[in-house]
Design a protein around this ligand. Structure first.
Ligand code: ZN
Length: 155
């Protein structure tokens, strides 16, 4: 397992920038750990240091399809602190597949509409990636499950 350090820009199919690494603050991840989406990792590991590439990742290799069953109307009486709830809040909820974060999409007098889809579910993603560095992961990093130093944790 290796540490890959990348600069990237993420756009949607319309060309809007959804996310990017900032100057001097690259993204670092450990390979083969599911730390980034599979469709992106499998391309990055083929790059040479300094190489740039446009990588298109279909939704099924990114955050999966948009699942309508994950939109649920929940009675306000079933929610803690319902009176403080606002559209745009996130909270954890139970589903058939275990706990996952839900976004509050709408609230009326009796119910809140909660969406358990990842914000990027159902979207094809367009990355522009530059591989900055590759190195072996240290034993400590593998033990902690994250990268230390630039692009990773400092502790
Ligand atoms: Zn650590």
């Amino acid at each position: 397992m290796k540490v890959y350090i990348i600069d990237y820009v993420l756009k949607n199919s319309k060309g809007d920038v959804l996310d990017k690494s900032h100057q001097g603050h690259p993204l670092a991840f450990i390979s083969e750990q599911g730390q980034i989406i599979p469709g992106l990792e499998k391309e990055i590991v083929t790059l040479k240091v300094g190489e740039e590439k446009k990588i298109e990742v279909k939704s099924d290799e990114a955050y999966g399809p948009y699942v309508h069953e994950l939109i649920q109307d929940v009675p306000l009486t079933a929610l803690p602190d319902a009176e403080k709830l606002k559209v745009g809040d996130r909270m954890w909820g139970e589903t058939n597949q275990g706990k996952r974060p839900f976004l509050v999409k709408a609230i009326n007098k009796t119910h809140a509409t909660m969406d358990g889809n990842h914000p990027l579910a159902g979207q094809d993603l367009f990355f522009e990636v530059k591989l900055v560095q590759v190195r072996d992961a240290t034993e400590e990093e593998l033990l902690h499950g994250h990268v230390h130093g630039p692009g990773g944790h400092h502790h």
